[in-house]
Design a protein around this ligand. Structure first.
Ligand code: ATP
Ligand code: MG
Length: 464
């Protein structure tokens, strides 16, 4: 189906189309470009203009450019604008303006992608749903998500992220959500902020972009919920709260099961229960926020709870699997290698502590962007409640030295500079019946530990 015509896109961007092209999608990367896509020549590590010829060869419907690149045929289908980033944002604005979709915006220090996927799983059962891909939540991710939105979309789920102050408001104004959900606020990206209160104020900027009469979904359990409430009030938004201490959507009990959890709660005076296909109380809380948002989008609560069953954790974000080893041994792997900060680290250690492993083993890598207190924040992991149930912790990276030193002798495992270095020792560190957690910031590549364990499933036997 046609997503953009040359005339529509030129009108939206105040650009000039060289031919009467049509596009069925939007892409910023020739490696994933689909035939018919409008290729957007963004400047990132490389200048996208250098890839326009390739994109057209791969069947792009047209290219959004700010100059005519070398090696592009005279009659190439181009949309020429002053600035490509501004052009992409203008397409996003036009796509948002032309749709009747109910839009929900999701931000938060952690849980954005997981909750966005939960919302998409639910809303897909109710109507045509468009959602951000992966973690596309920044200055190009949000307008790209909007520009890709089919005009007949019924529900749109937009993930909105930030690394620095001032980034959320412009993205929120692009998405113009009917419902804005802040999953939680925590000490993430502290390097760029003076305090967690500063992070809360930045997250609250999501509500600035709400449509008139929009709804703000606030996690009542967080320290700075007041900052979120007052920003929502300033926008004249309806406020709906979720959490253990919330009045609207209250989480009362979470029962951990093998691969899932059963949560109990109250909505107003009604008791509810819902299942989430993952371990971890934090996912029950994300789910409660997602249910509240869906009801505010007009979905019946029971239908939302049913739709939630279709969700399962995203790769590297709390996926649990059993690895069978050649000699009949088995280990349980908790793959949480996608990213890490003190809040998600504690949540992941809670899941490990609750697992049925004979031994509970953690491979923990550095947590980045924590700012001046980073050493103390790594050492503090030794004091989280869950650590009492963990048998051994192997530490990876210069910052994790602080944790390695803070750990009691009996729990202190190996320390290695890199995941690759630690992966060499896996056969001697893992035993039959172990439950193993791998977690660290993406750049620490804990995925190498995950892959190393999976490979053991295909090859070398464990030490008995
Ligand atoms: N509410 C929560 N509290 C604590 N940890 C959480 C919560 N939700 C998810 N997590 C954990 O945080 C990690 C990242 O989850 P997710 O990818 O959903 O977050 P995100 O906010 O999208 O991250 P990013 O900022 O990289 O986009 C996972 O390890 C997940 O288990
Ligand atoms: Mg994300």
């Amino acid at each position: 189906m046609t997503l953009w015509t040359a005339t529509e896109a030129a009108g939206a961007t105040k650009g000039r189309s060289t031919t009467d092209w049509q596009a069925t999608g939007v892409s910023i990367d020739t490696r994933t470009l689909q035939p018919g896509d409008l290729f957007v020549a963004l400047k990132a590590a490389r200048d996208g203009h250098d890839f326009v010829a390739q994109a057209l060869e791969k069947g792009a419907g047209a290219a959004l450019v700010s100059r005519i690149p070398e090696g592009v045929p005279e009659d190439a289908p181009l949309l020429i604008v002053d600035d490509v980033q501004t052009g992409l944002e203008a397409l996003g604005h036009a796509a948002r303006a032309r749709t009747a979709a109910r839009v929900v915006g999701v931000t938060g220090s952690v849980g954005k992608t997981s909750t966005k996927e939960m919302l998409a799983s639910i809303l897909e059962t109710r109507g045509k749903t468009h959602a951000s891909v992966a973690s596309y939540n920044n200055h190009w991710g949000v307008p790209l998500t909007l520009a890709r939105m089919p005009r007949d979309t019924e529900y749109a789920v937009i993930e909105i992220g930030m690394n620095h102050p001032g980034e959320i408001a412009p993205l929120a104004h692009q998405a113009r959500p009917h419902v804005g959900l802040v999953t939680t606020v925590a000490a993430v990206h502290l390097e760029a902020f003076d305090s967690v209160a500063g992070i809360a104020a930045e997250k609250a900027a999501l509500f600035d972009g709400l449509t008139d009469g929009g709804t703000a979904i606030v996690n009542a359990d967080i320290e700075h919920a007041g900052i979120l409430r007052s920003r929502a009030q300033a926008r004249g938004a309806k406020i709906v709260e979720f959490g253990r201490m919330a009045r609207d959507y209250t989480l009362t009990h979470v029962e951990q099961r093998a691969d899932s959890l059963r949560a109990q709660g109250r909505v107003g005076d009604n008791e509810i229960s819902f299942d989430v296909q993952s371990a971890g109380t934090h996912f029950a809380m994300n789910a409660l926020g997602a249910l509240a948002a869906c009801v505010e989008l007009g979905v019946d609560l029971d239908q939302a709870i049913a739709g939630l069953r279709g969700w399962s954790p995203v790769k590297g974000r709390g996926v649990r699997e059993v690895i069978a080893l050649p000699n009949g041994a088995r280990i349980e792997l908790l793959d949480d290698s996608y990213n890490a900060n003190p809040t998600s680290m504690e949540a992941a250690l809670d899941v490990l502590a609750a697992s049925a492993g004979q031994r509970r083993i953690a491979f923990l890598g550095d947590m980045k962007e924590l700012g001046a207190q980073e050493q103390a924040m790594h050492a503090a992991i030794a004091d989280v409640a869950a650590m009492a149930q963990v048998d051994q912790v192997h530490c990876i990276g210069p910052l994790m030295r602080a944790l390695h030193q803070a750990l009691p002798e009996g729990k202190r495992g190996l320390w290695a500079e890199t995941s690759a270095g630690m992966a060499l020792h896996l056969p001697e560190l893992i035993r039959d019946g172990d439950a193993v957690l791998a977690k660290g910031s993406l750049s620490m590549a804990l995925a190498q530990i995950v892959d190393g364990l999976r490979k053991m499933g295909q090859g070398s036997a464990l030490e008995s």
